[in-house]
Design a protein around this ligand. Sequence first.
Ligand code: UDX
Ligand code: UDX
Length: 439
Amino acid sequence: MDISVIGAGYVGLVTGVCLAEFGHRVELIDINPDRIRLLQNGVSPIFEPGIEPMIVRNTESKRLWFSTTLDGPRLNQCDVIFIAVSTPASSTGDADLSYLFNAVDQLIPILSSRTTEYPAVIAIKSTVPVGTNQLVQDRFNTAGLTDKAIVVSNPEFLREGAAISDCINPDRIVIGASCPEGFQRMKNIYHSYIARKIPILEVSLFAAEHIKYASNAFLATKISFINELALLCESTHTDVLEVARGMGLDPRIGPSFLAPGPGFGGSCFPKDIRALGAVGACNGLQMKMIESVEAINHRQKQHVITQIQDRIAGIKSPVIAVLGVAFKANTDDMRDAPSLDILPPLLKRGIRIAAYDPEAESNAKLIFGDTVQFKSSPLETATGAHLLLILTEWNEFFDIDLYSVKRVMEGNLIVDTRRVIDPNVAAAAGFNYYGIGRA
Ligand code: UDX
Ligand code: UDX
């Protein structure tokens, strides 16, 4: 089928590349010319494991190509036009839909001259509050495009770092639509998924929008639950990892999203729970659980800051070595990374910070400038430091040689917010170890 994807960010790019992999002809459109230039040269503008060979393979097979402009004739031949532009949180917490409506407004004059016998399906991938897809349909209808544009909601459930496998082997595909043709066109796109018995949910536009926010809010709730429990475990001389394992083996609870940490971050959870809260407020409903999830997440970061400050209190001119600044492992994404909340208050107190991240360094430098000294290895980062702070669970930190690290450090403190280090090994190497959620 002929597909266009507007917005070649983390979601649009992965979606477009995977659809090309399944044999569709896909044009990826993005207003950012640097991004498109990189893609045209076979280079991924984001770090996402496995994506680059797929970009190259599908470009060479002429199933995938890139553009900075909306090409009218091509879009008018398209079976489906995906919109995957960002919907960041506005200053009031609700989703900023300006990029989405900007894309819709650009499509209106193009689709007005559509002459194919069948309408275009506009599939909204961007995460949008309940009612937005209907507003988009209304906008097309008001412009006289009732018979030329069918809006469907097709939310994404891609975890950065695992986005390719999530896209190829999803738990489910959610299609929200208000007419049979909308459902059918989307099922044609996903026919190889149907063949593989991947569940396809056909629901209303509103339900599809809610499913996306509710899923992210529920996952964030699990994390805040375990993070709150982690703090209780610290006071009650219990290891929260033992508790999480004992809970997770109950299939009604499940083991995933019960890893304690420095608080959740990323491009979705923080903004989506805020947006869901804003939808609640709009509808006269205080979203008490969501508010608590956010408050606990905030407290978790403050807790990490306190743990660090308490440990370095007596040190003159303390230096901290930070391992990992990305919001999670296997991504270069810094959006709402816990490091952005945890490091600035320390810098403000005059603490020197060196950091290492295998992939996020260049994005982090855009934010931290030269206030944080970036190094090229964990050992170089640790050199001369009083405290080693682990903020991201990159694989390479699990097997770090703590004896070598100890030799180059000035102090012997570890604050491990991801529980990547074995406390017994840390003690044997001479460290004073603190791991989140551990007595
Ligand atoms: C996506 C979603 O669409 C968002 O709603 C969801 O909650 C998270 O995932 P993401 O792919 O992470 O966003 O955003 P980003 O990586 O910022 O990519 C958006 C892309 O759209 C950028 O490359 C940007 O240049 C492009 N864009 C933005 C356009 O092409 N046109 C616009 O008008 C605005
Ligand atoms: C999320 C959703 O999982 C995905 O379905 C889609 O809706 C986009 O948003 P993403 O933000 O890429 O994906 O990563 P995810 O793995 O969900 O992690 C989000 C945050 O939660 C990270 O900061 C991560 O470190 C944290 N987290 C996750 C924990 O602290 N503990 C956990 O057990 C799991």
